[in-house]
Each structure stands twice: as C-alpha cells, then as structure tokens.
Unconditional design. Sequence first.
Length: 398
Amino acid sequence: MPAFNKILIANRGEIACRVMRTAQDLGYRTVAVYSEADADARHVQQADEAVCIGPAQVNQSYLVIDNIIKAAQQTGADAIHPGYGFLSENADFARACEAAGIVFIGPTVEAIHLMGSKRLSKIAMLEAGVPCIPGYEGAAQDEETLIREAGRIGYPLMIKASAGGGGRGMRLVHQASELAEQIRTARSEAQNAFGSGELILERAVIQPRHVEIQVFGDSQGSIVYLGERDCSVQRRHQKVVEEAPCPVMTPELRQAMGEAAVKAAASVNYVGAGTVEFLLDQSGEFFFLEMNTRLQVEHPVTELITGQDLVAWQIRVAEGQPLPLQQDEIRLSGHAMEVRLYAEDATQNFLPQTGTALRWEPALRDGIRIDHGLLEGQTISPFYDPMLAKVIAYGATR
C-alpha cells in the first residue's frame, strides 16, 4: 500500500488536535472538518486546510459520512483518521472510505462490525477461548427467553445493550421480581440510543476492576500488547480517572491478560490500534467485556509508560508498514494518570455547562501533559461532548 501525503481528521476538539500534531510532525499535510459552530475552533486553526461540513448539530455535520468523504475528495486527502467517538467505530464509514479509494486509518470493516456487537463479539471470543463472563448471548430476544436464561445465570446479573456503550441500555438486577421491567427499560433505552433493542445478559461481577489491554496489529499478521490501563474510577459507567500500569497488576497476570487480548484480536485478523477491555475480579480472575476498535480517550497514559506515539503507529500500520516493535521489545516504565476536564456543573448533577472559556493557561511542566482543543475566549456550545481537555501526569512511581 503506498504512503499517503494528506490526512483528513474526521473529528473535533482535543482528539483532532492530538492526531494533527503527530501527522504534521511526520510530514503529512492535514485537513480539518468543522461544523458552523466550530468555525473558530483550535483544530481548524491548527490544520493546513479546513472544510465546513454542515450545521452545528452532529447528525448534520460530524456524523454525515457523505459530507466527510466529499471534503476528503475536494482537498485531495488520501487517508482519514476518525479519532474516537463520532464515526470511529462505524463500519459503514470505513466501507465508504474504501469505496472512495481513501485509506481508513483503523481496522477492517469486518472487525469493526463484529466487535461493535456485544452479542456477536462475545460468541467470537468464546470460540477463540478468551475468558468470558457466564451469561446469555443468544439470538432469541423475547422476554420469556430472557427471563428463563436469567434464572439459569442467577442473580445479581447485568442486562446490557448489545450495540451499547457509555452505560446506556445497561441495568444491574438484584432479584427476579425486578427483571421484566428492567428488560423493558433497557431495551427501550438501547433502541433510542443505538437503533437496536438487542440485549445480552451476564452474571454481575461485583466490585471488579476495569482493566483494559492496548493491542496493535499490522497487515503482516503481527499483533502485540502494550501493557494495561486501569479505568475503574467511573461515574454512570463512564471513565473519569485512568492510569497505567494497573495498581494490582503482577507480571504473570499482565502476561495472561495480554495474551488473551492478543488472542481476541487475532480471532478477527485485527489491524491497527484496539483495546480489549476486561473485568478483573477480587480473586484475580478476568473476563472479556468488549473490544473498542479505535484509539481510546485514555491512550496517553500508555504512551507515557511505553515511550511510544500510538497515532504514529496507527499511520505507519495504515500505510502497510510492519509494527515498529515486537512483543519482546516493548518496555513499561514509570506510572501515568489521566483525568478529564469537563464543562459540567458539579452542583447541578453534572449537567453540561455552556458559555465562554474566560481564561485558559495550560501549566506545561515536567511530568505534565495536557491534550486539549481549547482556546481562551472560545464559546462552549451545547452541541458536543462536554470534555474539553485531558490532564495527564507522569512519574517514576504511583
């Protein structure tokens, strides 16, 4: 696959700025896309070229596949990096890039499609011998079947939207009398959020740690893991604090989880950056949760403890080059933590806040990295995710 010269970043905010920084350092020209609300945004100013792709609402701009493909064609961009969120795990978008002869900097259409379904991915993981939580992932979705299967699994149990993420369509059920109502509300929430009411059931793992493994594959068939991240501090099933390495990790457990993650990735011939998420229980047993087929919000903590630039790896792999390192060459050193900076009102149940960013002075010093898409005087609109920046700290020890 030939190298490309111009990369369009199909995103906004901090991740668009983050991807652009590496792309420009590697000598690529960059194209930003923006909505009318983002005309003066930092990612637009940072890019070599910028194209408006529609009004403020995401379903009329950042989620419109045709507009993004047109912007790439108009500017001569021969590759698209999707960032995270928006269209990053949308198989139709990857397919549209392929059809237009544009390189999608991410995994194959098939891997995105399979891993985008909790039900199908769990079946694939069971077949690949990856440890999974006992549960029900069958095709029959009638209430009677789900109630019968719940009785077999036992309580407490989790109801999860198959297409879900971010805690939507998810319910913890403690007893049989609550089940039918919780199935209905989870299904309705999943239908509204993801356009699919398909559910799976799983035994609830109580007070687990949420530990994820960063994996990377190339088109030559090599797959490696770059250590783990602990993302156990969450609010409403959304990560708030992430760190690497995991505080309770042992070398033996890391190897076992890493090899399970590589097995998961290999089962779908994975190419590019991916994250295999596990629940780690108090006895040290771990279970497959899901796979994210993109770069994660929390990737900087892995970059700091490995000394690697994961966006550079993504671009290199998308060009058809082999992975920069083999498994025995990957070293972990030090400790990193990331917190997210949100425009939210903590006194109003964390409702998103809008208004003007009156003052913004990132304190850049040793051991601190700040990834952001923020400008002083910028208007924070109601149209997008309230996360404005990530503050990452690094040191020799936790």
